[in-house]
Write a protein that binds this ligand. Structure first.
Ligand SMILES: *[C@@H]1O[C@H](CO)[C@@H](O)[C@H](O)[C@H]1NC(C)=O
Ligand SMILES: *[C@@H]1O[C@H](CO)[C@@H](O)[C@H](O)[C@H]1NC(C)=O
Ligand SMILES: *[C@@H]1O[C@H](CO)[C@@H](O)[C@H](O)[C@H]1NC(C)=O
Ligand SMILES: *[C@@H]1O[C@H](CO)[C@@H](O)[C@H](O)[C@H]1NC(C)=O
Ligand SMILES: *[C@@H]1O[C@H](CO)[C@@H](O)[C@H](O)[C@H]1NC(C)=O
Ligand SMILES: *[C@@H]1O[C@H](CO)[C@@H](O)[C@H](O)[C@H]1NC(C)=O
Ligand SMILES: *[C@@H]1O[C@H](CO)[C@@H](O)[C@H](O)[C@H]1NC(C)=O
Length: 401
């Protein structure tokens, strides 16, 4: 309701600006705003996500989606998130569902392992819950309770000191062999960077650099020089040399969270060059992906392989990243692609709040079976909605009053 009103105001202001061009010079590059989701649909998508998310990475991605959706002021996309307030009663929005994930993770944690949750052999995936654990620590009311801080520290230790690495320092995504998956970039580097940003001082500098280095190294290994897109899995046994849509989306979205964490940290100025690189690397994936966008807005499961099926999961997350990067850079060139992706995603959420036409997130190469849905796909819809909403707020803020 409120949003509709705001959109009308934006379009009115635009038209007014065109008529009275002498007084108000409208930005000639202000893009058309796509119609967004309706709020009842988003509520259903969220309820379904919370019902079916069980794996480490699904819960971590859900926690991030809930943060961006309900309490954006404590997300990495806003300066007010650094550091988060110690008392959540001052925060606009409802952090209950987000904190429930963190509390549940803490309560279920195996005290004999360093990782936050069992990762089925994955190094990166448990770390995806790390940001929510750090938020729970920072905002806890019981200051004698050090459990969240300890759990987060152990998870970081596992990543930085124990997990296998390549000779040049890329942390393996698997614990039994050195193997790099594009997925890792959303799971671990955002946690490493966020931990650093809250820590301050030389530890902060070290961890911000580590998060950046992981993005850099992963890109070196995974990037396909012909297209600029990333392969899914390299090194070791069980490689997947395909330009998987969701893999590219994880990589772009993970680098975006690292970028925003560097940017809003108190050492932002020392990391200007790293931020510039990350913008280029995210942009590289977006430009390459949208070149393969189908007429109705969707991407295919293997982005450059026309024999593969349309996949709404990767389409949703890459559209979310596109809105967010445009919010950061002011470059609107790819907004028409994001708008058309948003439209196909809106039309792909059924009346019960399930995202249809997803890839099965566990096979990577078959569509979800009828009646089965993708937990991460549900989260990507929420991330897309939040990114679209924040882009609109950004646009209305930059329009002449
Ligand atoms: C906050 O969210 C929780 C669960 O997500 C819900 O039970 C509660 O009613 C919400 N509180 C308010 C004030 O909306
Ligand atoms: C946990 O929160 C406290 C503030 O209550 C903060 O001083 C500490 O650094 C936090 N721990 C971590 C690991 O972020
Ligand atoms: C948080 O702030 C509220 C309102 O100002 C206050 O009632 C509450 O006691 C505070 N909680 C903590 C743990 O400081
Ligand atoms: C606060 O946390 C400490 C340490 O875990 C615990 O012993 C204590 O019972 C907690 N206090 C409350 C009020 O929950
Ligand atoms: C490689 O992995 C497959 C299962 O993915 C397994 O059957 C095979 O034994 C493995 N090969 C080696 C050399 O580890
Ligand atoms: C979008 O177009 C593709 C063909 O490129 C088609 O297979 C798919 O069903 C369409 N998706 C929707 C939601 O209409
Ligand atoms: C904006 O992005 C497009 C590609 O999407 C690129 O060609 C163009 O150079 C960028 N503009 C600026 C000002 O960076």
């Amino acid at each position: 309701m409120q949003l509709c009103l705001k959109l009308h105001l934006v379009s009115l202001t635009l038209r007014f600006g065109l008529v009275l061009g002498i007084f108000i010079a409208p930005r000639k590059d202000v893009p058309v705003i796509a119609v967004g989701f309706n709020y009842d649909t988003i509520a259903k998508v969220e309820a379904n996500l919370l019902q079916i998310a069980t794996h480490s990475w699904e819960l971590g991605t859900a926690a991030q989606a809930l943060t961006e959706l309900h309490t954006p002021s404590i997300s990495v996309f806003e300066q007010t998130g650094f550091p988060p307030p110690s008392n959540l009663t001052t925060v606009e929005g409802n952090a209950t569902a987000l904190l429930n994930i963190a509390y549940h993770t803490r309560d279920q944690k195996n005290v004999n392992t360093l990782t936050l949750i069992d990762g089925d052999g994955a190094v990166g995936d448990p770390a995806s819950l790390g940001v929510s654990i750090l938020l729970a620590n920072w905002t806890r009311s019981n200051l004698s309770d050090l459990s969240f801080a300890q759990d987060a520290r152990q998870q970081l230790t596992y990543l930085t000191d124990i997990a296998p690495r390549t000779d040049d320092g890329a942390i393996s995504h698997r614990n039994d062999q050195v193997q790099l998956w594009a997925d890792f970039v959303y799971m671990a580097p955002p946690f490493i960077a966020y931990y650093g940003a809250l820590e301050g001082g030389s530890t902060e500098a070290k961890l911000l650099q580590e998060a950046y280095d992981q993005c850099r190294l992963y890109r070196n290994y995974l990037r396909d020089p012909t297209t600029g897109l990333w392969n899914h899995i390299v090194l070791g046994n069980g490689t997947d040399f395909r330009l998987w849509g969701t893999g590219n989306a994880w990589a772009a979205a993970g680098m975006l969270r690292v970028l925003e964490t560097l940017r809003h940290s108190d050492q932002s100025f020392s990391f200007a060059a790293q931020q510039a690189d990350l913008v280029l690397w995210i942009h590289e994936i977006l430009v390459a992906s949208w070149q393969y966008q189908q007429a109705n807005g969707t991407l295919l499961n293997v982005i450059n392989d026309p024999t593969t099926f349309p996949d709404s999961s990767s389409t949703a997350l890459l559209a979310a990243v596109t809105y967010r990067l445009a919010t950061r850079t002011g470059n609107y060139t790819l907004i028409p692609n994001a708008n058309s992706a948003l439209t196909v995603i809106r039309n792909s959420v059924d009346e019960n709040g399930w995202l249809l036409n997803t890839v099965d997130p566990e096979t990577f190469n078959t569509p979800s079976l009828p009646g089965q849905f993708s937990p991460e796909g549900q989260a990507f819809v929420l991330l897309l909605h939040a990114a679209w909403r924040d882009f609109n707020e950004y646009l209305s803020g930059t329009l002449p009053a």
